[in-house]
Design a protein around this ligand. Sequence first.
Ligand SMILES: *[C@@H]1O[C@H](CO)[C@@H](O)[C@H](O)[C@H]1NC(C)=O
Ligand SMILES: *[C@@H]1O[C@H](CO)[C@@H](O)[C@H](O)[C@H]1NC(C)=O
Ligand SMILES: *[C@@H]1O[C@H](CO)[C@@H](O)[C@H](O)[C@H]1NC(C)=O
Ligand SMILES: *[C@@H]1O[C@H](CO)[C@@H](O)[C@H](O)[C@H]1NC(C)=O
Length: 356
Amino acid sequence: MWKNRNKFLIFLLWIMEIRLVSSFTSAILCSRIPGLTPQQRQLCSESPDALIALGEGHQMGAYECQYQFRGHRWNCSQVWQEGVFAHVMFVGSREAAFTYAIASAGAAHSVTAACARGNISLCGCDMRHKPTSARRAGGDFDASDLQSDTQPWKWGGCSADVDFGMKFARKFLDAREIEGDARTLMNLHNNRAGRKLVKNLLRTECKCHGVSGSCVMKTCWKSLPTFRQIGEVLMRKYNKAKHVQAIKGKHGLKLVLSKKNRFGKQVHVPKRMELVYLQASPNYCERNVQLGTLGTAGRFCNRTSNGPESCDLLCCGRGYNTRQVRRGNRCRCRVNCCYNVTCDVCEESYEEFTCK
Ligand SMILES: *[C@@H]1O[C@H](CO)[C@@H](O)[C@H](O)[C@H]1NC(C)=O
Ligand SMILES: *[C@@H]1O[C@H](CO)[C@@H](O)[C@H](O)[C@H]1NC(C)=O
Ligand SMILES: *[C@@H]1O[C@H](CO)[C@@H](O)[C@H](O)[C@H]1NC(C)=O
Ligand SMILES: *[C@@H]1O[C@H](CO)[C@@H](O)[C@H](O)[C@H]1NC(C)=O
C-alpha cells in the first residue's frame, strides 16, 4: 500500500536534484522519473517547468511545517529531512492532515507564483482581471479591501492565476492517491483544503495614481498571500481538525464525522475547509520506529515557558538535564568616524535544558 506513495517521494527527491543540476530537457526529465502514474507523466511532459515549481512549493511547505511546529513534540522534521519530503506519515493522524494540506498549499502557491513571474509557458496572469477601462468601485468587484469606495479604479498589473496553480497541484498530487481506502479519502480531503486556502486568502492590492499621491485613479490586482499566512491559518485548522471515519455510502466510501448526532448516527460530513484525520496521534514521546516517531529525548526545552516547548510538556514528564554554556558575544559596539563598527567580545553564561 505504501509502495506508490514512496515512489512518488523518491520522485520529488529527484526533482530537487534536477533543480541543482539545472541543465536538462523536458523529454529526458519526464522519461527518466521512476514511478510516475500515466497521468503524472502526461502532466510532466506538458509542463516540466510547472513541475519544478511544484517541487519547490513542496519544499516551501516543508520549511513552513517545521516553522509552525518548532518546539512541539512532533516537529515535522521526520517528514521532511534535509528539506526534502522524504518520509510518509504512517499514521492517519492530525499531523498527517497538516502535512498533506501544507504540501498541497505549497504546490498551488508556488505554481501560481511561477505563472505570474512568467516562468511557465502554459499560464500567466489571471485574464479575468485583465486591465480594463476605469469603473466605479462596486460592480463585479468586492470592494471590501479598498480604503475608499469613491475613487474610480481598474484592474491592472498581474492578478495571480490561482486556478491554474490549484488545478496543476490537484492533478499531480491527487494522482498518487489511488488505493481507494479511507486513508485515500483523508489525503484527498486535506489536499483540497490546502489548495483551496491559497485561493481563499487571495488579497486585493491597489495602488494610487495621480499628482503627488492624490489617488485620482486606482489600479488593483489580486495577489497571493504570504506563505506564512497560509501556515498560520493551517495551524489554526490543525488545532480544530475533525476526527472522521469512512463509511459505505451510495457511491462508495465516504468520510463522516465520528461525532454522533443525538440519535446515535454518524451523518455529518466534514466541511470542505476543515482538516480531517482518521487516527488519534501517538504521543510522540518515545522513539517508535513502527509509528515513525523519534521521541523527544535530547530535545532543547524551555523551563519558563508555558507553551508546547516547555520542559514539562516537551519532555513528557521525564525531566531534563541542565547545562551551563558560555558563549562569546559581540558587545559595546560603537561606530567611528567612517561608519566602521568596532565591538568588544563579552563572555555570556546561560543555561541550556535538554529532555532526558
Ligand atoms: C524564473 O524566471 C526568472 C527570470 O525570468 C529566472 O531568474 C528564474 O531562474 C526562473 N526560475 C525558475 C524556477 O525557472
Ligand atoms: C525536531 O525533533 C527531532 C527529533 O525529536 C530533533 O532531532 C530535531 O533537532 C528537532 N528540530 C528542531 C528544529 O527542534
Ligand atoms: C523561554 O520562554 C520564555 C517565556 O515564553 C521566553 O521569554 C524566553 O525567551 C524563552 N527562552 C528561550 C531560550 O527561548
Ligand atoms: C575600522 O577601524 C579600526 C580602528 O578605528 C581599524 O583598526 C580597522 O582596520 C577598521 N576596519 C575597517 C574594515 O576599515
